[in-house]
Design a protein around this ligand. Structure first.
Ligand SMILES: Nc1ncnc2c1ncn2[C@@H]1O[C@H](COP(=O)(O)OP(=O)(O)OP(=O)(O)O)[C@@H](O)[C@H]1O
Ligand SMILES: Nc1ncnc2c1ncn2[C@@H]1O[C@H](COP(=O)(O)OP(=O)(O)OP(=O)(O)O)[C@@H](O)[C@H]1O
Ligand SMILES: [Mg+2]
Ligand SMILES: [Mg+2]
Lengths: 256, 256
């Protein structure tokens, strides 16, 4: 009964990694058992949680190649109830390596099915592209969460993302549904923020979470200390927002 | 004697497109003839200059497939001296289509060699990945310009980018050199900005441009009007910064 959520958007720098780390931490604080899968070769989710990528024994790369079982590659984080499958730089070559491999888009899905430990949530961090790694996440997941930076260019990419999701739903994963869109880096002083927020709410209606993540300097400071925002500064607006988003998502489940 | 510059960084949202559009406009204002090549399937450079991607006759996709000559796909922009090869969404499929094609990394380079019109500068906007499209840009160019957002995660990606550049220099394009690093979205109120700026200057020394692009709300408003910042609001700090960057790059050439 695990809810597997892919956090994806091919537009870069919209807050995918920040949302994965902080939403997962807030869910873990609500006593949910959470696994983060870092499928971005940049490995920002691993670093942002304080892992040293240079000393990793195993990583997501070994998992997707089939060299190691999912139960051996999961590591604890410093947060109770929160675990991670970390990634290292060698993941960058996987797109070239997997070119002629059968069913290359299902490798992550097949691995997740072998999990021994029950998790309440699995959150998959995706790279800023619609290539093989994001495809694997969208095939393996049940729900898609889209962080959307309230900026003009970010709005433009949404149509392309939704088209890709429909293709995947029709060809690979008929379970895939849009769980919701979370607006990020909202800045009251920037009139574009309100324009984009209105556009998105008009189009996607109740799919847009009520919680809006504000632009908050503390959020961008936390990763340099290897901590999620809820650990770095629990009282700031960023922490409050991610805690409220976690509550909204958990309550959304209870209603279903 | 054209200076072909790739603007690349696999980290997303660091200001690649914003730098391409506004640097190109500032160079055109200095009476340089400039061509922008939009090789990002998101097509933000095309939209940010006011082009309607849905009515494009031809695009970068047709060029890289070899269906049209480079001299036929170039269009004027509303800025004198500034031209663009626009892109549309269908470019997203090129990574899959080109999988088994010979010398697929040299296609852009081969096309640029056929140009009839002399340009002073060619600026290539890249997607946030180190895949085939960025590879084509790095093989075709003479210089690399790296926009670096002054944020912790952006710093992390720099090592990976430099490793890729060395590989390309050794295997495909021995002309490729790092022209410079431009710090973007600098915010004096954010202590990370200064930390990251110091780190980068210590490591890359004179390769870091003196001009630093400040975080400036007007820069994020301009694309929604289909205009570069120098057209949208010439007096704001963003315009001044990109004008000063253009001067710095043009003077760098004169010294060589
Ligand atoms: N609400 C926020 N307020 C301030 N800064 C933020 C906020 N959310 C994210 N950031 C910062 O903005 C940058 C981009 O965020 P992040 O790296 O999470 O985006 P991403 O979508 O994962 O990027 P990529 O596309 O490269 O994977 C980071 O430096 C992060 O610290
Ligand atoms: N100096 C700045 N001040 C304020 N906003 C900025 C600045 N530079 C860029 N932006 C905004 O930040 C967002 C990211 O910039 P941009 O899209 O140019 O980055 P990118 O690296 O091209 O992203 P991608 O990786 O998706 O291609 C855009 O919405 C842009 O308008
Ligand atoms: Mg990320
Ligand atoms: Mg861009």
């Amino acid at each position: 009964n695990t809810n597997i959520i892919a956090i994806a958007n091919q537009k870069g720098g919209v807050g995918k990694t920040t949302t994965v780390i902080n939403l997962a931490t807030a869910m873990a604080a609500c006593n949910k058992k959470v696994l983060i899968i870092d499928s971005d070769p940049q490995g920002n989710a691993s670093t942002g949680l304080g892992l040293d990528k240079t000393v990793l024994k195993n990583s997501f790369y070994d998992l997707i190649r089939g060299d190691i079982s999912i139960n051996e590659v999961i590591v604890k984080t410093q947060i109770p109830n929160l675990f991670i499958i970390p990634t290292s730089m060698d993941l960058a070559v996987v797109e070239q390596e997997f070119v002629n491999i059968e069913k290359r888009e299902e490798r992550l899905k097949k691995e997740i099915e072998k999990l021994n430990t029950p998790f309440d949530y699995i959150l998959i961090d995706c790279p800023p592209s619609l290539g093989l790694l994001t495809l694997n996440a969208l095939v393996a997941c049940k729900n898609l969460l889209v962080p959307l930076q309230v900026e003009f260019y970010a709005l433009e990419g949404l149509t392309q993302l939704m088209e890709t999701v429909n293709q995947i739903k029709n060809n690979y994963n008929n379970l895939l549904t849009l769980q919701g869109i979370v607006l990020t880096m909202y800045d009251k002083r920037n009139k574009i923020s309100e324009l984009v927020a209105c556009d998105v709410k008009n189009f996607f209606k109740e799919k847009v979470y009520k919680t809006i993540i504000p632009r908050n300097v503390k959020i961008s400071e936390a990763p340099s200390h290897g901590m999620p925002i809820l650990m770095y500064d629990i009282s700031c607006s960023g922490s409050q927002a991610y805690a409220s988003l976690a509550a909204e998502i958990i309550n959304q489940e209870n209603k279903l």
